[in-house]
Structure formats: structure tokens, C-alpha cells
Design a protein around this ligand. Structure first.
Ligand SMILES: NC(=O)c1ccc[n+]([C@@H]2O[C@H](COP(=O)([O-])OP(=O)(O)OC[C@H]3O[C@@H](n4cnc5c(N)ncnc54)[C@H](O)[C@@H]3O)[C@@H](O)[C@H]2O)c1
Length: 360
């Protein structure tokens, strides 16, 4: 039985408690939340008699040898919580975004490497059977030269998303960007992005964006998104189209993948019945602890999805194209300076030695 320390007993933390509860080989052994009553209530509702505490240190004192920590706190707390676990040698599966900035993510990647302790991000929307079939069919047609995702939704959240800067790009687009990396099996080199708010938007920050990414394999990825689009909404996974040498493939973001080769009819492709979402992300992570392959959200690869957000926001602010080499160089400089100021030369030296994105 693997022992999990789960940090963050909010809406998503509760979804993770239930995902852990669905597996017979993993159990939540302690809950951590700055609001201890929130943690206690979540435990009580599930009939769990486990320690409910305010800090990771208290949880590690109570659970002597946790096998992993699930970080489901708010993004601003991600680095502190994950770093405490990694430095104690406890592997971490973190909610997205792994940290709010690429500079912080580089620091965590360094701590993970220095302590030989796994850090991965759960990008739950990567684990959708439709996306896998879409990706495999695109690959069978020779890979996409042109990939497009349309994301049009109209949630009335209320709360922080209505007030924050760049709500669509910062809070949501990382899912779509991560899916694009998964489909293209390549990393981005540059982006041009415009962010704006239609006249009827109910958000303070930019609620719509259009972006073009150029990937290392020459593919272009076009993103068109809005969080204030009433009527004809797309799936929360977006609506996708890929154009390849061998034909074209569409995914509606839910259960329909359609493909047509250079010749022949349009085919609707069957989807496998396999774990998705949080269940799949947890399965991948537990497999890795058991000696399996690194999870698809391992920090050195997942950092590129975070960089796509940071680069798109930078392009929208400056009005020009942004190169990923520059995003990583600036983030590395900020990370090294902060680590030196904190007296952490080991992290500073390692990040400086990378000179950009962490090597894989
Ligand atoms: N994958 C998805 O589809 C998806 C969907 C929603 C949210 N999320 C992500 O999940 C994470 C949590 O989101 P949420 O909606 O549950 O937020 P939430 O505000 O409902 O819950 C966050 C909880 O973390 C606690 N917390 C904050 N700082 C803490 C700290 N330092 N130590 C311990 N606990 C702390 C808060 O008290 C709160 O109970 C975010 O990173 C968010 O982006 C992912």
C-alpha cells in the first residue's frame, strides 16, 4: 500500500482524494491545508481517520515514510509545498501549473535532480482517449504540418478569474498548449500572440487570445480561444484539426475523431475504453514509482507547457514574436540570481550549467 500526503483540500483536492480512493494500492495517509477545518471536513466526509494538519512538515512527522505527495494547493503555494517534499526525498505529483513562473519551475527541476526525487505535473486533459486516437492517427498520416485548436466557452465563474490578468492564457490555455505538444511530439521555438477582450466580456483581464506557435519540427500550431463566447461553445478540450501529408484528422474534444486520407471516405474512429483524467495521471505516476517510465508530465518536459503560457503572455504584452530560447534564458537568469541571493549555490550552479531549458 502506497502512502500519500495530500496537500490542499479545496475543490480539486477533493477530486484527487476520490481518485486516490478509487485505487486499492494507494491511500491518503495525511491531509494538509492551511485551513485545518477544511482538511478535517474532507476527511470526515470520507470516513478517514487520518492526521489533518496545517503544514507539510507536520504531515511528514506523522506519516514517517510517505511514498508521494500530491500538491493540490493554489498555484502561488506550489513551489513552497513541492520543494519541501523534494528536499525530504518524497516524490511529488503536482496540479498544473507546476509553478506560476518558468524561473520557479527551473528551481524545482534543479531541486528534483539534486535530490534524485521525481517531480511531475498532472495535466489531466492530456489523458483523454480521443486525444490519444487523434495523436496516433495524425502520426500515421506522417505528422501534422498545421494544427489548430479552437476553444470557445462562456463560464460565469465569479471570483478570482474575473479579476486576474490574462485569465484565459494563464488559467486555462496551458491545457490546450500541453495537448498541442503531445500531438506534435516536438517543442515550440517561437510564438506570436494577441490577447484582447471582446466588448461584451465580463472579465477584467483579456478573456480572448489568438496565437501562432512555430514548433521545432516546422509545424505551426494555431490557437484561437475565448472565455466569453456565448452560443455554439466547444468542448472544454477545444475542437481540433490537423493537416498532414497523408490526410486530415479532426477531434471534437469529446468522443468523435474523424479522419480522411488523400483518397477514401471519411472515417469515424473508435475510442478505447481506458483510464482518463486524474485516474490516468495517478496511474502513470504510481507506475513510475514502481520502476516504469517517467510520467508524461515530468518536470523537464512539462516545463515547456508552462513556457508556452509565459511566452504567449510576453508576446501579447510586447506586441511582437517571442523566442523560447529567450524565455528560458531570462527565466534561468532570474532563477540563478534568486538562488544565489538565498545562498543556494547548488541550485544556482545547476541551473546556470543548463543555460536554458533543463536537458532531458
Ligand atoms: N486539472 C484541472 O482541470 C484543474 C481544475 C481546477 C483546478 N486545477 C488546479 O488545482 C489547484 C487547486 O485548485 P482548486 O480549484 O482546488 O483551488 P481551491 O482554492 O478550491 O483549493 C486550494 C486549497 O489549497 C489550500 N492551500 C493554499 N495554500 C496552501 C498551503 N501553502 N499549504 C496547504 N494548503 C494550502 C487552500 O486553503 C485551499 O483549501 C490549482 O493549481 C488549479 O490550477 C486543475
Amino acid at each position: 500500500m502506497r502512502e500519500v500526503v495530500l496537500v490542499g483540500a479545496g475543490a480539486m483536492g477533493r477530486a484527487w482524494m476520490d481518485a486516490v480512493g478509487r485505487r486499492p494500492d494507494v491511500r491518503v495517509s495525511a491531509l494538509v491545508d492551511v485551513s485545518v477545518p477544511a482538511a478535517r471536513q474532507a476527511a470526515q466526509e470520507r470516513g478517514w481517520d487520518i492526521p489533518c494538519v496545517a503544514t507539510v512538515a507536520e504531515a511528514f512527522a506523522a506519516v514517517r515514510q510517505p511514498d508521494m505527495l500530491l500538491n493540490v494547493t493554489i498555484p502561488d503555494a506550489h513551489r513552497e509545498v513541492s520543494e519541501a517534499a523534494l528536499r525530504a526525498g518524497v516524490p511529488v505529483l503536482s496540479e498544473k501549473p507546476v509553478t506560476p513562473t518558468v524561473a520557479d519551475a527551473l528551481a524545482l527541476a534543479a531541486v528534483s535532480e539534486l535530490h534524485g526525487t521525481l517531480l511531475a505535473t498532472s495535466q489531466s486533459r492530456r489523458h483523454a482517449p480521443g486525444l490519444r486516437v487523434f495523436r496516433d492517427t495524425v502520426a500515421a498520416y506522417g505528422g501534422a504540418g498545421q494544427l489548430d485548436a479552437a476553444f470557445f466557452q462562456n463560464p460565469r465563474f465569479g471570483g478570482f478569474r474575473d479579476e486576474m490578468d490574462s485569465p484565459l492564457l494563464v488559467d486555462m490555455a496551458i491545457h490546450t498548449f500541453d495537448q498541442a505538444r503531445f500531438v506534435l511530439e516536438s517543442e515550440p521555438e517561437s510564438v506570436y500572440c494577441e490577447e484582447f477582450s471582446p466588448s461584451w466580456s465580463w472579465y477584467r483581464g483579456g478573456a480572448a487570445a489568438q496565437a501562432v506557435f512555430r514548433f521545432g519540427n516546422g509545424a505551426r500550431f494555431g490557437y484561437s480561444g475565448s472565455w466569453c463566447a456565448d452560443g455554439l461553445t466547444t468542448s472544454w478540450n477545444g475542437a481540433w484539426r490537423a493537416s498532414s501529408a497523408g490526410g486530415s484528422v479532426e477531434w471534437d474534444g469529446e468522443g468523435t475523431v474523424r479522419a480522411q486520407g488523400r483518397e477514401g471516405p471519411v472515417q469515424a474512429l473508435p475510442l478505447p475504453d481506458e483510464p482518463e483524467g486524474l485516474d490516468a495521471a495517478l496511474a502513470e505516476f504510481v507506475d513510475a514509482l514502481d520502476g516504469g517510465p517517467a510520467p508524461s508530465g515530468e518536470i523537464r518536459t512539462n516545463i515547456w507547457s508552462l513556457a508556452m503560457v509565459e511566452a504567449a503572455v510576453a508576446s501579447a504584452r510586447t506586441g511582437g514574436p517571442v523566442r523560447f530560447d529567450d524565455v528560458f534564458a531570462d527565466a534561468a537568469a532570474a532563477c540563478v540570481a534568486a538562488a544565489r541571493a538565498a545562498g543556494d549555490d547548488a541550485v544556482a550552479d545547476l541551473v546556470a550549467s543548463w543555460g536554458g531549458a533543463p536537458p532531458r
